[in-house]
Design a protein around this ligand. Sequence first.
Ligand code: HEC
Ligand code: HEC
Length: 211
Amino acid sequence: MGQNLEIMIYRFLLTSIVATMILVSCGGNDEANTDTKEGVRSEASANKLGFINSDVESNDGDALSEMPQYSKAPAGTAERIDRAFENAPPMIPHMTEGFFPITKDNNICLTCHMPDKSEAVGSVAIPQSHFTDYRPNLIKSGEKYVVDAEEGEVVAKKLNKLSPARYNCSQCHVPQANVTVDIKNTFESVFRNKDSKNSSNLNENIDEGVK
Ligand code: HEC
Ligand code: HEC
């Protein structure tokens, strides 16, 4: 009896898998479906990638009609860009030609953005969060290493130097290019106070929503 039941379950599972495979393969459509929503297009063909209107097997596609134009405004003359959302890393509004790559011995960003330089340069000072270590210590417990923090505890150790985790600025801060894309952006940013549009206060509310 037990064996019969096993066979029945096995057959049932097999039938379900085959049925799903048939359904999925029928769902495929080689024609491009256009205009599901305003400005939104869905491509289902195997050699098309998402919204990009070019063939993945060819190099001379028309994914972008022109090369993106990055800001040519030298630092000190650029117009700052509103944050995308509260405490989002601000985007780099000025020219960055010659600033990359950031290496261990060479980080030109620091010459203008360190707090003791920013006022004279008229830049924005690197915030306190970048001089804080949010990583808890690891302690040995028997054979394992465990995190030295309580559940829900936010560890914030003030450092007297820039946190090495923040050294590579362009990991989070990026220049912006002027490009037009087919896809309409429907994201709307909401700020709880208007200052958050162009300044940050992450350092003060880092544990918000954690406890
Ligand atoms: C020569 C000085 C200088 C250098 C070098 C420099 N910046 Fe700037 N940065 C500024 C100034 C000044 C501003 C304010 C906008 C302006 O006046 O152009 C600014 C603005 C910014 C902002 C916008 C801040 C905000 O709150 O809107 C970011 C982000 C930024 N810079 C990041 C960087 C990064 C990352 C580097 C290195 C790749 C860098 N900067 C190199 C001077 C500099
Ligand atoms: C791991 C991501 C990360 C790295 C790396 C990083 N930042 Fe930021 N940065 C942020 C975030 C997120 C914010 C906004 C929240 C905050 O203040 O921490 C921010 C905010 C800033 C601001 C705005 C401060 C203000 O008062 O509004 C400046 C200027 C800045 N960063 C400069 C830099 C520079 C220069 C470097 C490199 C030395 C750097 N950051 C590295 C994530 C990063």
